[in-house]
Design a protein around this ligand. Structure first.
Ligand code: FE
Length: 254
């Protein structure tokens, strides 16, 4: 699929980059770019298999603009693995939960670049972008990672939800029918998301936001208030993670 423009008012632009095949059995992952007044934030840039193509596409979409931020929603390899290359080849500063800054160097982060990997505190933070723009890193801990953030963009009204809302194998970029999309989403959320109590807390937090699009890091995005609310309601009711897994704690048999 080619680049998809989720929002563009001439000053502020949100681009879902062309889907880069990571090859074989690697999980499909989305890379998003937000640009405000020529300054960019790349979200969850990905691993080595997609690095060179995502980097060149990012620089081409930025044009004469510059990349200021690398946002890493959590510590997984499909998000972080190539961060050393991104820090070497751009002037961007990378941000990740304070829980993960000392784990990321195991992906091969050069110690010279260590001060450009900045911790996000548990309560989240606000990024200034392009002079008068703001992007909000919202706490979304345990959805699924223990130190996990989502980006809310109030200009485009897009919530970048990371692994929450992920779908595997749907084969389309935008959800058209919530009911028929559930088959690609339910199993993943039941196993990867931590508990209904956390899902419900997240739903209560994001209901106060004006959201037109929810864009996850895997699979299709949800557009329009009705679809967005359907997704939030579904999350608030879903039993998952520790709500379901306890009966599986038995010694395996031959
Ligand atoms: Fe993950």
């Amino acid at each position: 699929m080619p680049n998809i423009i989720l929002y563009d008012d001439g000053i502020h632009k949100n681009v879902l980059l062309e889907d880069v095949d990571a090859g074989g059995f690697a999980v499909q992952a989305n890379q998003h770019l937000i640009i405000h007044h020529g300054e960019g934030m790349m979200l969850d840039p990905g691993g080595h298999k997609v690095y060179s193509r995502v980097l060149s596409e990012t620089l081409s979409v930025l044009g004469r603009g510059s990349l200021r931020y690398l946002f890493l929603s959590h510590q997984d390899p499909d998000i972080v693995a190539a961060v050393n290359g991104w820090l070497m080849t751009t002037d961007a500063t990378a941000y990740i939960s304070a829980l993960w800054t000392r784990f990321v160097p195991h992906f091969g982060l050069d110690h010279m670049l260590a001060d450009r990997l900045v911790p996000i505190p548990d309560e989240g933070m606000v990024f200034e972008i392009g002079g008068d723009g703001q992007l909000f890193a919202l706490p979304a801990h345990f959805l699924h990672s223990e130190g996990n953030f989502q980006i809310y963009d109030p200009i485009a009204k897009i919530l970048y939800s990371g692994d929450l809302g992920a779908s595997i194998g749907a084969g389309y970029a935008q959800v058209r029918s919530f009911e028929s999309h559930l088959q690609f989403m339910t199993g993943f959320h039941q196993r990867y998301m931590t508990a209904n109590s956390v899902m419900r807390a997240w739903a209560n937090m994001v209901r106060s936001l004006d959201i037109e699009i929810i864009a996850p890091q895997h699979g299709a995005f949800f557009a329009g208030k009705e679809m967005v609310n359907q997704f939030i309601d579904w999350c608030a009711d879903l039993r998952c993670g520790i709500d379901l897994i306890i009966p599986q704690f038995k010694l395996p048999t031959v």
